[in-house]
Design a binder for this molecule. Structure first.
Ligand SMILES: *Cc1c(COP(=O)(O)O)cnc(C)c1O
Length: 375
C-alpha cells in the first residue's frame, strides 16, 4: 500500500507536471518574476471560473483578509463578528487592525457560524461579519445577507477552505462561495483545494470601486506610480505561483469531485458506527471537503487520534482550542455559556486524510482501522 498522507501533493503534481513545469520555465525564461503575464492570465481565469467581476491576487490568505478589511475602511474600535471555531488568521487580522473581534459560537452540525449567535452579538459598533466557509461548505449566506441589510454591515467571506463550492439561494439563484458578500478572500496555501507551491491568496468582489481601492492597497497604496494615496501593503502573488495555479485551476472541479468521492466512501463505511457522526451538509450548499471531519461521540477521540498515528494513518484535530480561549484573544466579555458548541467540538472532532490521490486500498485500511477501534 502507498504510504497514507494527510495531503498528497506529489502524486497530484506528477499528473500535471508538464503544464506546471512549462509555466515555471516560461517565468524563468522571461525573468518576469513579479507581475508577469501569468498573474494576469490566472486572475482572468479565476474571474471566469467564479463568475465574479474582480479577482485581486495577493500574497496569502491572511493578507487577503487584512486587505479586504482595509479596503472597506474599517476603523479601530469597529466590531467585527466572526466564528470561534476557525483558523486563527481570521481573528488575527481583525486584532492587528485594532478592530474589535467579536467571536461567536457555531452550529453543531455544519461547524459554521451560528445565525442566532450573530444576531445576539450585534451592537451599534458592529461594522462587519466574517463568515468562514469551514471545511468546504458555505455558511448560511442568505440569513447573513438579511442581517447585514437590516443593520447596514459588510460581509467578508473567508473562503480559504471552500473554493469551488456552490451556494443556492431559495429563489434558485446559484453563486460560487466567496462571491456573495461585499468581498471574499481565499488562500492558495499548498494544502488548500486550489493550492500553489508556496504562498498565495486572492480577494474577490463584484464592487468596481472596492476593487479599485483593493488594487491600490495591495501595491503600497499606489494608484499612480510613486503617488501613495492611502496606506497600503506589499502583497503580491508571484508569477511562478500564478503559473502553478493557472495549471491547476482547470482541474479544480475534478479535484473537488475526487474529494467528494473520498467523503462518500468514508460516509458509507461509518454509516452503522454508533460512535461516529459523519459530516452533515446544509441543503443550500455543496461541500468541497477541504477537510473530512468526524465527530466522535464516545469520548475516545484522543485515543483514536493516537491509535491511528500508531497505525500509520495521519489525522488531525482542527481545531484543538477555541479562539476565545487562545491567550492572544482572551476577552473578559466572553462567557463560556456562549461557546457551548465550539467547546464541545474541540473535544470531539477529528479530520481524516483528505486529498485527490487517495486510493481504494488506503481507504479500506483507514476505515477498517477506525471501525475496528470504535466498535
Ligand atoms: C488557510 C486559512 C487562512 C489563511 O491562509 P494563508 O494563505 O495561510 O495565510 C485563513 N482562513 C482560513 C479559514 C484558512 O483555512
Amino acid at each position: 500500500m502507498k504510504k497514507i498522507q494527510m495531503v498528497d501533493l506529489q502524486s497530484q503534481y506528477k499528473k500535471i507536471k508538464e503544464t506546471v513545469d512549462k509555466h515555471i520555465n516560461d517565468v524563468l525564461d522571461s525573468s518576469t518574476y513579479i507581475n508577469g503575464p501569468l498573474v494576469n492570465e490566472f486572475q482572468n481565469d479565476l474571474e471566469d471560473y467564479l463568475d465574479v467581476k474582480h479577482v485581486i491576487p495577493c500574497a496569502n490568505g491572511t493578507d487577503a483578509l487584512q486587505i479586504a478589511m482595509m479596503g472597506l475602511g474599517l476603523k479601530p474600535g469597529d466590531e467585527v463578528i466572526t466564528a470561534d471555531f476557525t483558523f486563527a488568521a481570521t481573528v488575527e487580522v481583525i486584532a492587528l487592525l485594532k478592530l474589535t473581534p467579536v467571536l461567536v459560537d457555531v452550529e453543531p452540525d455544519t461547524f459554521n457560524i451560528d445565525i442566532n449567535a450573530i444576531k445576539k452579538a450585534i451592537t451599534p459598533k458592529t461594522k462587519a461579519i466574517v463568515p468562514v466557509h469551514l471545511f468546504g461548505q458555505c455558511a448560511n449566506m442568505e440569513e447573513i445577507l438579511k442581517i447585514v441589510k437590516e443593520h447596514n454591515l459588510y460581509v467578508i467571506e473567508d473562503n480559504a477552505q471552500a473554493i469551488g463550492a456552490d451556494y443556492t439561494f431559495t429563489n434558485g439563484k446559484k453563486q460560487k462561495a466567496g462571491t456573495i458578500g461585499n468581498v471574499g478572500t481565499t488562500s492558495f496555501f499548498p494544502s488548500k483545494n486550489l493550492g500553489c507551491y508556496g504562498d498565495g491568496g486572492a480577494i474577490f468582489t463584484n464592487d468596481d470601486d472596492l476593487a479599485h481601492t483593493l488594487r491600490g492597497i495591495v501595491n503600497h497604496g499606489m494608484y499612480k506610480r510613486y503617488y501613495h494615496d492611502v496606506v497600503g501593503v506589499n502583497s503580491r502573488l508571484d508569477s511562478i505561483q500564478a503559473g502553478v495555479l493557472k495549471a491547476k485551476l482547470p482541474h479544480l472541479n475534478d479535484y473537488n469531485n475526487a474529494r467528494k468521492k473520498v467523503a462518500e466512501y468514508y460516509n458509507n463505511a461509518f454509516i452503522n458506527n454508533p460512535n461516529i457522526i459523519t459530516p452533515i451538509i446544509s441543503d443550500f450548499t455543496t461541500h468541497v471537503f477541504h477537510q473530512y471531519t468526524l465527530k466522535i461521540t464516545n469520548g475516545k477521540r484522543d485515543e483514536l487520534h493516537k491509535h491511528l498515528l500508531e497505525k500509520g494513518i495521519p489525522n488531525a484535530i482542527y481545531y484543538p482550542v477555541p479562539l476565545h480561549k487562545q491567550k492572544a484573544y482572551i476577552d473578559e466579555r466572553y462567557k463560556e455559556d456562549d461557546f457551548k458548541i465550539t467547546n464541545s467540538l474541540t473535544e470531539t472532532v477529528i479530520s481524516l486524510p483528505m486529498h485527490t490521490e487517495l486510493d481504494e486500498e488506503q481507504l479500506v485500511f483507514i476505515t477498517k482501522t477506525i471501525n475496528d477501534f470504535m466498535n
